[in-house]
Design a protein around this ligand. Structure first.
Ligand code: IMP
Length: 203
């Protein structure tokens, strides 16, 4: 039996502004106020696991223990089929410059590796989102969403974040970065995972 969330404010264990805004937008209809880890001055724990769920658990449990509140984390990433699932759990790492993150560098690397492999188009890929809601007593619940699509080059669009400008979701002709947030949330990995979270933990 899935444990219910009965608070009015939900701590979201992320420092990623894009993720936080999307989760806040998705939870608006349920009257939940979302607070980010940054606003609570929480440190960013090191992601030492090699699975999405492992890293999501690290982030959610660290925030729940530090605050005494239930905390929701999202570990997500892009898996490119022709690159054997890379960057996967290392999606954010591909953007690391040593002085912050630059997703133009990360997207260029993805494109360069596809070209180096002579990978035939369409370049199929999936975005995955694993959400973990952790309580201070150590209990947690896990919800996952997957958005299949293809990668395009050159990149297109100015909205969204991360790798959005190179990802065209299945059944569409525009990239996530060319969609408005509401449209993206309806079909995205995070939107699907949040829908499962709402179905499981609310009401
Ligand atoms: P992590 O979950 O903090 O390890 O980081 C996941 C990385 O995946 C983010 O930094 C983004 O670059 C990328 N990512 C996750 N979700 C999305 C999305 O919805 N659009 C674009 N990039 C995403």
């Amino acid at each position: 039996m899935i444990r219910k969330f009965d608070g009015k404010t939900l701590l979201v264990a992320t420092h990623n502004k894009g993720k936080l805004e999307e989760v806040a937008h998705l939870l608006e209809p349920y009257g939940v106020k979302v607070v980010g880890a940054g606003e609570m001055n929480l440190p960013e724990p090191e992601e030492t696991e090699d699975t999405f769920v492992g890293n999501a658990r690290i982030k959610a449990h660290a925030a729940a223990k530090a605050t005494g509140l239930p905390a929701l984390s999202d570990d997500s990433g892009l898996s490119i089929d022709a690159l054997d699932g890379a960057p996967g759990v290392y999606t954010a790492d591909w953007a690391e410059t040593g002085n912050g993150r630059d997703f133009m560098i990360a997207m260029t690397r993805a494109h360069d590796e596809l070209m180096a492999k002579n990978a035939p188009e369409p370049w199929t890929a999936q975005f995955r989102s694993t959400l973990v809601l952790a309580w201070p007593d150590g209990h947690d619940e896990v919800f996952e969403g997957v958005a299949p699509g293809t990668l395009t080059w050159p990149i297109r669009g100015k909205d969204g974040f991360g790798y959005d400008p190179m990802f065209i979701p299945e059944g569409h002709t525009v990239t996530f970065a060319e969609m408005d947030r509401w449209e993206k949330n309806k079909i995205s990995h995070r939107g699907l995972a949040v829908a499962k979270f709402v179905a499981g933990c609310f009401g």
